[in-house]
Design a protein around this ligand. Structure first.
Ligand SMILES: [Zn+2]
Length: 226
């Protein structure tokens, strides 16, 4: 088993405008007889699962995550024909995914795919996770709208994952790929802590979001099981 979850710590990297992670002591052993913290954590903090309701009103919330996806079949997309880490703001196309399939096999038997952009390493220097250019544009790679629609429509993928902060490349202003995933009733898994020893295909993924009723996402624990 490999833990693919970034630890949750106070003041960890966040999307601009999202709640900062906060921990304070609510009870102490010396005065209260037990220790307890109060945490404040955004729904899309760290390694997290996002529900269709994150982008579309009235769609499934995180407590409606289907039972058959808590343990699902998964594959990694890491591209031999491109530099690694992927170029800043690179947009993954259908053609890129077809090249990956030529080398590693069809994706149609998997419920979840995870894009390896090389972003996992950036958590060693947390300020680089949400790095921007001089105009304030985020730099992480992501998928094109066509690529996620193809993965869902042609390969039956139900969870689109990435080790980067977003499904869309950082330069996206309208989250068009993320919205396409939501519109298809599918889920996104972001900031996955990838590991170069993971196989490219044929492993199980355990995904454990909190059952937050009406939530639009949840930090989750993710394990790869070979
Ligand atoms: Zn998210």
């Amino acid at each position: 088993m490999k833990n693919l979850t970034h630890p949750i710590i106070p003041d960890m990297p966040e999307w601009s405008g999202d709640p900062q992670t906060f921990r304070t002591l609510a009870a102490e052993i010396t005065s209260d007889g037990f220790a307890l913290n109060e945490w404040r954590v955004g729904e899309h903090t760290g390694t997290h699962l996002g529900s269709p309701s994150h982008f579309l009103k009235g769609e499934a919330t995180i407590d409606q995550f289907p039972q058959d996806l808590f343990c699902c079949t998964a594959a990694i997309l890491r591209f031999e024909h491109l530099p690694y880490p992927l170029p800043l703001n690179y947009t993954v196309s259908i053609e890129d995914i077809l090249k990956d399939e030529e080398l590693h096999g069809l994706l149609s038997e998997y419920q979840c795919i995870i894009l390896d952009t090389g972003w996992t390493e950036r958590w060693q220097a947390p300020e680089s996770v949400f790095e921007t250019d001089k105009n304030g544009i985020l730099l992480h790679p992501g998928f094109s709208e066509a690529a996620v629609m193809w993965l869902i429509g042609e390969r039956g993928i139900r969870i689109i994952g990435t080790d980067a902060p977003g499904i869309d490349p950082g330069k996206s202003q309208d989250f068009i790929a993320g919205k396409a995933v939501a519109n298809a009733g599918c889920w996104h898994l972001e900031n996955v802590r990838l590991n170069s020893q993971l196989p490219r295909r044929h492993f199980q993924l355990s995904i454990s979001p909190l059952p937050l009723v009406g939530g639009h996402g949840s930090p989750c624990v993710v394990y790869a099981i070979e």
